[in-house]
Ligand binder design. Structure first.
Ligand SMILES: C[S@@+](CC[C@H](N)C(=O)[O-])C[C@H]1O[C@@H](n2cnc3c(N)ncnc32)[C@H](O)[C@@H]1O
Length: 276
């Protein structure tokens, strides 16, 4: 969408492993931008982006990290407030007439509020704003776990949303739960699961799956030389699993998809005629 207004936004994603996943199109946009905002999780990726375009500003400080004790630290304000501040920074730079690129790790439109919101606001103000796709954690998961979501379908939920809402589940499809590392945290300030969060998630999943059903805590590699973390365990062990901000839970199907014989009859088909 092009408009007469000076200033534009292109939201891009540099993947989970910036040095390996950034597309040529995204790289070209970064190089040509008047200003770049960047929220990438890998240090090597951030350094490379800085080389591509020195007019880059990291969005990481917007999180306002508090004091750290070991691996344990909290944010000094809610993630929702940080996201609002990020949106305002990006929108403000476009309103100054600059051609802005905002980089978010992974796919910028997947489980990411600020990119969508910045585009919404700028379009409403009459500016040109668009998003380019990137390689998400989900894409890496399919590659590393050897899973094809087309086989059985694959449902995905944010872990706390899954916990706190009545979400129906078809266990014959695969399931991906995002953000298990902060499951149950309603404050949006902690960078760990709420007390009892993993236990509650396990109990919720036990309504649908037996204790021995396998699940995988998955973390895609963020450096070209690194390996992914793929920890298979029985569901009953999930409550004691080590999870972090980059952990995603994969739950393979339980049982098989059930044929809808009435639908087949309507098509004049028998089960034997279905391929696969
Ligand atoms: C705010 S979302 C951002 C997702 C990102 N936009 C993407 O496209 O993958 C953060 C969640 O993504 C998942 N995630 C982020 N980095 C990951 C990694 N290296 N491996 C697996 N999952 C990851 C985790 O579920 C994490 O809680």
């Amino acid at each position: 969408m092009s408009t007469d207004k000076q200033g534009s936004l292109t939201v891009v994603g540099t993947g989970i492993n910036t040095l390996a996943h950034c597309s040529l199109e995204t790289k070209a946009y970064i190089e040509q931008a008047d200003k770049v905002y960047s929220l990438v999780s890998d240090v090597a990726g951030q350094a490379w982006i800085q080389e591509l375009n020195p007019r880059v500003v990291s969005l990481m400080p917007y999180y306002q990290f508090g004091a750290q004790e070991g691996d344990d630290y909290e944010l000094r304000r809610s993630r929702a407030d940080s996201y609002e501040a990020m949106v305002q920074a990006v929108v403000g730079a476009v309103q100054e007439g600059q051609n802005v690129v905002a980089i978010f790790y992974g796919h910028p439109g997947v489980f990411a509020f600020p990119p969508h919101e910045a585009i919404r606001r700028l379009r409403a103000l009459g500016y040109s704003a668009r998003m380019l796709p990137g390689i998400s954690a989900e894409d890496c998961l399919y590659a590393d776990l050897g899973v094809d979501p087309g086989d059985t379908g694959c449902a995905q939920f944010e872990a706390s949303t899954f916990l706190f809402y009545k979400i129906p589940l078809n266990t014959a499809s695969a399931v991906i739960l995002w953000q298990i590392g902060v499951v149950g945290d309603h404050t949006l300030q902690r960078l760990r699961p709420a007390a009892g969060g993993l236990e509650a998630l396990t109990a919720r999943l036990r309504r649908h799956y037996p204790a021995e059903h396998p699940v995988a805590v998955y973390e895609a590699a963020t450096l070209p030389v690194a390996s992914p973390r793929i920890d298979w365990m029985p569901l009953s062990a999930l409550a004691g699993a080590r999870v972090g901000l980059a952990s995603t839970l994969f739950i393979p199907p339980l049982g098989r998809l059930e044929l809808d014989l009435a639908a087949l009859r309507d098509f004049g088909l028998s089960p034997e005629q279905l391929v696969g």
